[in-house]
Ligand binder design. Structure first.
Ligand SMILES: [Ca+2]
Length: 173
C-alpha cells in the first residue's frame, strides 16, 4: 500500500466493521494495480447485494456458501479456469478472467442478477454433473443463450452472446 492510498483505506475501514477481514489485509497488492482495491470491491458488493458475508480476502458467499463471488487476484497475470470440482462457474471476462460466480447447488431457476452478475458473463466452466441452460432476460420471451454440459467449459462464449446472460435453469442428474 502506498501513502496516497492510505487515507482512503482508513476511511473505508470504518465502513467495513461488519466484515471478517480488515481493509489492510485485503489491499496489500493494490498499489500494483489500477482500479478499486479488492476490499473496496468486496465492500461495494456487500452493500449493493445484501445477504452475503465475506469469507475470504477476495470472496463473498451467499446462501450458506452455495453461491460464491470471487474477485480477481491483482497479483495474478495469467488467466486459468479455477472453477472447483463439483461446481459450475460464470466468469466476467474471456479466458476465465475477472470476477467469478460459483454455484454449488442444483434445481430450478436462478438469477445472476441477484449477485450483480447480469450481462457480464464472457466465459464459463461446468465441473459438476448438472446440465445448465443459460438465458437472456433482456428480451421477451427470454432467450436461451447456451448450454453448459457436465465437465465442459468455454473460454470465450463469442460476441453474439457475450455479456447477455441473466438467468439459468439447472437440471440435476
Ligand atoms: Ca464480460
Amino acid at each position: 500500500m502506498n501513502a496516497r492510498q492510505l487515507p482512503r483505506a482508513i476511511a473505508l475501514g470504518g465502513l467495513a466493521l461488519g466484515t471478517i477481514l480488515t481493509t489492510f489485509t485485503g489491499t496489500a497488492d493494490a498499489a500494483a494495480t489500477p482500479g478499486p482495491a479488492v476490499q473496496d470491491q468486496v465492500d461495494a458488493q456487500l452493500r449493493a447485494y445484501p445477504g452475503g458475508i465475506q469469507t475470504g480476502p477476495r470472496e463473498v458467499s451467499y446462501r450458506g456458501g452455495k453461491v460464491t463471488l470471487t474477485f480477481p487476484d491483482p497479483a495474478r497475470t495469467a488467466a486459468a479456469d479455477t472453477c472447483a470440482t463439483g461446481a459450475y462457474c460464470f466468469y466476467e471476462h474471456k479466458d476465465f478472467g475477472g470476477r467469478k460466480l460459483t454455484f454449488r447447488d442444483c434445481g430450478g431457476w436462478q438469477y445472476l442478477t441477484d449477485y450483480g452478475f447480469g450481462n457480464k458473463t464472457s466465459s464459463w466452466s461446468n465441473r459438476s454433473k448438472n446440465t445448465v441452460k443459460v438465458y437472456d432476460e433482456g428480451v421477451s420471451p427470454r432467450q436461451e443463450l447456451w448450454l453448459m454440459e457436465p465437465d465442459a467449459a468455454s473460454a470465450n462464449i463469442g460476441l453474439a452472446v457475450n455479456d447477455k446472460a441473466d438467468s439459468f435453469l439447472t437440471y440435476c442428474p
